[in-house]
Design a protein around this ligand. Structure first.
Ligand code: ATP
Length: 239
C-alpha cells in the first residue's frame, strides 16, 4: 500500500488537565475524502486543530507526504499544503468577497496562477462571482461557507480540512456544498478530511470514515460498510 498523504499516529491532546484526545490514529490517502464523525465534544475539531498545529499534541506524531509536521508552526503547515476551513466559517466580515479570496492567496508569489484560481473558484461557486464586491458580513450562511471554502482553495492546497461545512445551513444549501466538495475531489483530485455531524451525508461522499467517542476512535471502516452497519445505523442514522 502506498504511503497516505496524511497520517496521524497515536495522538493525544488535552486542555489543561482535561483530556480531549487519547491515542487517535487515522490516515487519509491521496485523492480521497475521509470522514471524521462523532457527537458534540467527541474531539473532531481538536483532531483538525492538532493537524494544523493550532493545538499542540501531548503525544503522538503527524506525517504529511512522508514528513513529520507536528512540530512545525501553523503557517509552515499551510505552506506545505494543508489548509483548514474552520467551523463557523470565520470569513473576514468587513472585507468584500474578492478581498477574502485574495487573503487565501496571501502566501503565493505566482500571480498568474492566482488569477487562474480566482477563475476556478468563481466557476465552482458562480454565486461568489455575482457577489464579488459585496461585504462578507452580508452574505447568507451558505454563501459564507462557499466563501470560506473558496478562500481555502485560493491557497492551492494539497489537502483541505473541512470542519462541519453543513453546520447551520438549510438542507438545499447543504446539498450544494456537498456537491461542491465532491466536485473538488473528483475534478481536482483534492484530498479532504471532512468533519461532520451529518453522518448520513458524510458517509455518502467519503470513502473511509472514523467515528470518535470521548476522544478515542470507537469505530472505523469503509464508508459503504459503515452505512450498512447495524450499530452505526442505530446510533447515528436514526434507523
Ligand atoms: P463539536 O461537534 O461540538 O464541535 P468536537 O467533536 O469537534 O465537537 P472538540 O471541539 O474537539 O469536539 O472538543 C473535544 C473536548 O475538548 C470537549 O470536551 C470540549 O469541551 C473540550 N475543548 C475543546 N476546546 C477547548 C478549549 N479551548 N478549552 C478547554 N476545553 C476545550
Amino acid at each position: 500500500m502506498s504511503e497516505p498523504l496524511l497520517r496521524v499516529e497515536s495522538i493525544s491532546a488535552s486542555y489543561g488537565n482535561i483530556s480531549a484526545l487519547e491515542n487517535v490514529s487515522l490516515q487519509v490517502p491521496r485523492g480521497e475524502i475521509v470522514a471524521l464523525l462523532g457527537a458534540n465534544g467527541a474531539g473532531k475539531s481538536t483532531t483538525l486543530n492538532v493537524i494544523s498545529r493550532i493545538v499542540r499534541p501531548t503525544a503522538g506524531s503527524v506525517w504529511f507526504d512522508g514528513q513529520r509536521i507536528h512540530e512545525l508552526p501553523t503557517d509552515e503547515i499551510v505552506r506545505r499544503g494543508i489548509v483548514q476551513v474552520p467551523e463557523g466559517r470565520e470569513v473576514f466580515r468587513d472585507m468584500s468577497v474578492r478581498e477574502n479570496l485574495e487573503m487565501g492567496a496571501y502566501a503565493r508569489r505566482d500571480r498568474s496562477g492566482v488569477a487562474d484560481d480566482f477563475e476556478q473558484v468563481f466557476r465552482t461557486f458562480p454565486r461568489l462571482r455575482e457577489r464579488a464586491s459585496q461585504k462578507a458580513a452580508t452574505l447568507s450562511g451558505g454563501e459564507q461557507q462557499m466563501l470560506a471554502t473558496g478562500r481555502a482553495m485560493m491557497a492551492r492546497p494539497r489537502m483541505i480540512l473541512l470542519d462541519e461545512p453543513s453546520m447551520g445551513l438549510a438542507p438545499l444549501i447543504i446539498e450544494q456544498i456537498f456537491d461542491t466538495i465532491l466536485t473538488l475531489n473528483r475534478e481536482q483530485g483534492m484530498t479532504i478530511l471532512l468533519v461532520e455531524q451529518n453522518v448520513k451525508l458524510a458517509l455518502s461522499v467519503s470513502s473511509y470514515a472514523y467515528i470518535l467517542e470521548n476522544g478515542e476512535v470507537a469505530l472505523e471502516g469503509k464508508s459503504a460498510d459503515l452505512r450498512n452497519d447495524e450499530g452505526v445505523r442505530r446510533a447515528y442514522l436514526g434507523a
